[in-house]
Design a protein around this ligand. Sequence first.
Ligand code: NAD
Ligand code: TDX
Length: 339
Amino acid sequence: MNIVVTGGAGFIGSNFVYYLLNNRPSDKVICFDKLTYAGNLETLEPAQSNKNFKFIRGDIANRQDVETLFENEKPDVIVNFAAESHVDRSIEEPELFLKTNIIGTSILLDACKKFGIKRFHQVSTDEVYGDLPLDRPDLFFTEESPLKPSSPYSASKTSADLLAMTNWRSSKVPVTISRCSNNYGPYHHPEKLIPLVITRALNDKSIPVYGTGLNVRDWLYVEDHCSAIDLIIRDGKAGEIYNVGGHNERANIEVVETILHILGKPESLIEYVTDRKGHDLRYAIDPHKIETELGWKPKTKFEEGINKTVSWYLENKDWWQKIISGEYQNYYQKMYGNR
Ligand code: NAD
Ligand code: TDX
């Protein structure tokens, strides 16, 4: 199969590229990425010598780029990871999120309609369901939970999901959607909590914890997300939504303390800062459907995954040091300077 991975130079997309190259040697993998601040060609360096891999620079929100991609590559499957993905940035500058996440997805769906496709898979997020209260550990997001996004980011992802489902209903574009909880692992951009804590702690810098630090996220090791998507594009049913998560809920402060402990750094680095606006309290996925219908099971528990992740950042300092120097410094000052 010819599989186009949009956003394959970012965190999860690049892990998915490697997952396919390692596990599906008869597939051709075409990464289509705009290379925004979040995309990094160095991440794909080891893939460039693989005869089954090809990189194309392009924008999912540009119709010409997308149609040329379809004409030249004749994809069987599109897996759409391309997105603006950071909640904090979306609160400051929503417009780019609407353009890439909504218009971009719509343009991809139009091309699927025009050129034909065996499967369009939309990589979505548990954030479309809004949040759960902290005092109801019995509640989980199911595929039937109401859509109640809290940020411009999650509103844009919700809109993309609705467009995907309407294209299935009205035009029979064979769409599937996965809604996954927070990922962590190699190649995660240092603007996000786990790599931010690792990289700042290694530089003995303060660790900004929003609000009380008690907000809960449900962490999934990125390779487990990749195996779920791989299964859905092969065995999942068109028109279906699958929640993906591994019951690894942790309060943010627990995550921060765990990382400091692994690195042997003091908790005095922790600095409580002004909360995120509209900060979602708790995410927790019920993965019953994908487990029972497709036989998916995550392999990596949080304790193992977080140790592997910290080791990866220790062994790949070059990768993240280049990112946190330069433009990212201005971003950090802008976002955290007055907190
Ligand atoms: P990321 O920000 O690390 O990577 C996004 C990638 O998309 C980058 O390579 C970027 O260059 C590319 N991109 C951005 N705009 C583009 C455009 N207009 N055209 C083509 N490429 C473009 O994001 P991530 O964390 O890897 O997330 C990937 C997907 O998974 C997103 O759709 C996100 O909503 C979803 N998701 C992420 C998580 C998570 O914990 N990170 C959890 C659930 C779902
Ligand atoms: O400096 C920080 N301090 C802090 O306390 C940052 C960056 C985050 N946080 C908190 C906010 C969240 O409760 O940590 C938690 C995780 O934050 P992020 O890493 O920004 O992730 P989150 O907002 O949960 O969203 C992530 O998971 C769902 C991804 O970025 C989304 O793309 C995905 O859809």
